[in-house]
Design a protein around this ligand. Sequence first.
Ligand code: GLU
Length: 480
Amino acid sequence: MEVRVRFAPSPTGYLHVGGARTALYNWLLARRHGGSFILRIEDTDISRSTEEAIQAIMEDLRWLGLDWDEGPEVGGKHFPYRQTGRYALYRDAAMRLLREGKAYPCFCEPEELAERRREALRQGRSPMYDRRCLALPEREKEARMRQGIPYALRFLVPEGEVTFTDLVRGEISFRNRDIEDFVLLRSDGSATYNLAVVVDDLEMEITHVVRGDDHLSNTPKQILLYRALGAEPPAFAHLPMIVARDGRPLSKRHGDVSVGSFREKGYLPEAMVNFLALLGWSLDDSTTIMDRTTLVENFSLERVSSKPAVWDEDKLLWMNSQYIMALDDRELAGRIFPFLVREGLVEESDAAARELLVKAAPLIRERIKLLADAVHLVRFLFQEVEIEEDARQVLEEEAAEPVLREAGKALLELKEFKAPQIEGTLRAMADRLGLKPRQAFQPLRVAITGRKVSPPLFESMELVGRERCLQRIARALEAL
Ligand code: GLU
């Protein structure tokens, strides 16, 4: 049997990290078993769904490398992969249930229902729908339908209980008497989530429903629907909740948790994928850094924990630095370049700037945890320097003037403007002036990079080039 799984986002906002983890686990399961990963857009909530959100979700999935085999833009035999294009299917299924006596029309008005719910709660009774319309005589129901009185279609929950084996949480039972006769079709003809999702998962031949455990309470309803439609339900796996370190479910209150915000801060998609994979799953008790191939080869639902997964951003940051360290110069430069473009430091098409960044890569690799950290470290290579506020005091020190003067001369005389020669001549200069290396080099660092902290000085100077170094030293002297 082919494994067919789906990620089914509601495009009411950006993809957040919880959704990304769900998508990743589905994708890994599909890739592990040579199956299909389907993207389905659940846009039935028309007032909150946007085209922009759909595009953004797809962009984030692509950034994470989670390609889909069927879905928007790639197509597939169950087209369309947007619920707004599938209404007829939902309606057919609902009407079939009505004909078979497994669903019934409900004429109750929303305000009435709300009032009865409040009243029930006041009296300490269950607020579930009281089946008032089920009790209507057949003639009455037909008459009202004929008169065109709007009605919703409710599912008639049968007696008994629903028991299923969740692939993460084990056996779970729900008593049907705790399940309300939920609405399948609203009075405006639109399908509810539970109907649409079951019809789609059936029609798309989904074998495993892997989703967040916030959907657990929907599962018994969906299983009842599968059975009423004469179908076997798929396997279910409910992923553990993601909590912040304060133990509360991860949410906006803990900062921006959209995938896009992590991309913008300069996290690498491979670090993100590795980190998300470990939010509820583990390879063993010790391995942390795993590439995509290792994940695909080893992922299994059996090793998904049912305990809440703790979101630890320090760990993500550390992982990101590990992935950055593993990139070669050209690759690292290629990842950083768009951040320089975004800051307006370079033009997208500037090939010379790209090459310069490749040369700078070894100088910054171990000094950044996020790609965006590189911007301030390499700014001096691409822009005239503005000396930063807190670096000015370095130039006010007594040693600054003789150092800048002497260094200017020494550098001018150098045959080769390469880091080892620069270092040699500047160390000799420090000796001549009777200064400690740090005292001698710090004013130069500030003059040339504008900052107290920079990549290694001599290598940086080589990249800046003799002419620009001398100009910067001269400018710093003038400013004294
Ligand atoms: N559209 C639902 C959501 O975004 C997912 C439904 C499901 O996975 O069954 O929460």
